[in-house]
Structure formats: C-alpha cells, structure tokens
Ligand binder design. Structure first.
Ligand code: OGA
Ligand code: MN
Length: 219
C-alpha cells in the first residue's frame, strides 16, 4: 500500500506543521479511502452485533458519573481484522513521522472504535493531564459517509484551557482525521443526532518525564 511508506522516507505532510504551530490539525491525506470504507463497514457490523460496550471515565468508573460525561460505546482495536491491522500500520507511519519531524519520542499507539448513538456526546475534556499521564498525541478518525450539518456531532476544539469559544468545529465525515496534543487541547463531542462512528487513538510515551514537549514544561 502506497501510504505504508518506507520508514526511511516518510511522507511529507502539511498537517505536521499545523500541529506544531497550533496544537491541532486536520488531515485528509493519511488513511487511504478504501481502508476508510472497510473500517466504516467493520464498525457498523461490530455495533450491529453488539460488540461495542459502554465507555467509562478513567478511574471514576461510576456509571452515573460516566453517563453525565460521555455516552459512547467502544471496542479496542486488536488486529482482529485486516482493516484493523492496516489502520494500525498507517498509524505506525504517522508515529515515525511525528517523532522524526517534531521529536516527540512517541513509543506506542492504542485506539478504539467508538459509536455515539443518537443523543450521544462527550463533554469538554483533555485526554491527558499535564505531567500525570503518558498520552501525548490524540487522533480521531471519522467513519461517517455524508454527514450533514443537521446531524450535529461535531468535534469542538479549543485552543487552550481558558478558551470559551472553539477554534474550530470538525464534522465527523468519512476520511477526516483530527490530530491534537492530548495534554493541551480541550475538546468536546457535540450531541450527535444519528449514529456517529470513529476511531479514537492515542500515541503514548513510556515515561512522560523522558519525553520532550512541544511546549515549555509547567513551572
Ligand atoms: C475521545 C474523544 C472525540 C471524537 O474519545 O476522547 O474526545 O470526536 N473523541 O469522537
Ligand atoms: Mn478526547
């Protein structure tokens, strides 16, 4: 597959510069369209077979609390299909490109399918707390063909902690990949009015203290 590039010469992606500049980026040229279609079909089939389960909220696995914060169902990718293996292969290329161009020292990647049923949302949050966790770069790949404005379900991205208005709203359209810094970029999923499928994933470092940061460490 053309995108599974020789790691000696990873593709030059414009979104890498945007990510370094602003902490978030949208990429349309990372996952081949045929693979996106396969992933969309697999997500729908897994959901139809009831193989995605209600997500929790980290340590606070309290059901009532979790329901107030997020309403998605998830299933970890585990190379259980050729499409999953191919997606994880593409993300390995992305990991190498991030390390090569932004010196992030990313060590591994984990990802899950997610479905938000009608009315589903995820309240504003960060994917990692400064210094406390080892999620460094978040990715969300969207799997919904012909997503319309009236379907809601946008990813609202905020430039920093105090920002009240989002810098952008990203529609969860098939083929769109959102990428952002896990510790720095608050985000929320607006209520979706139709079933909304995605793959959320995180590049991690082994030891946060050993990882260089795009920003100065907190004082
Ligand atoms: C998450 C998340 C965003 C999205 O799973 O942590 O923020 O657009 N998902 O699905
Ligand atoms: Mn998130």
């Amino acid at each position: 597959m053309a995108l599974l590039a020789d790691p000696e010469s990873p593709p030059v992606w414009n979104w890498l510069a945007a990510l370094a500049e602003t902490g978030w980026a949208v990429a349309l040229d990372v996952v081949p369209p045929a693979l996106a279609a396969d992933l969309a079909a697999e997500a729908a089939a897994l959901h139809a077979a009831d193989r995605l389960i209600l997500a929790g909220v980290g340590r606070a696995e309290d059901f009532t609390l979790a329901r107030a914060i997020r309403r998605d169902k998830t299933r970890w990718l585990a190379r259980e299909s050729a499409a999953q293996a191919a997606y994880l292969g593409v993300m390995e290329t992305v990991r190498l490109a991030l390390n090569r161009s932004l010196f992030l020292g990313l060590f591994s990647y984990e990802a899950h399918y997610a479905v938000y049923e009608p009315g589903g949302f995820y309240a504003r949050h960060l994917d990692a707390f400064k210094g406390a966790r080892n999620r460094v770069v978040s990715t969300v790949f969207y799997l919904n063909e012909d997503w319309a404005g009236q379907d809601g379900g946008e990813l609202a991205v905020f430039s920093h902690d105090e920002a009240r208005e989002p810098v952008t709203l990203i529609a969860p359209e098939l083929g769109t990949l959102a990428i952002f810094l896990s510790e720095d970029i608050p985000h929320e999923v607006r209520p979706a009015l139709r079933e909304r499928y995605s793959i959320a994933g995180w590049f991690r470092v082994n030891d946060r203290a050993m990882a260089p940061s795009l920003q100065a460490p907190p004082v």
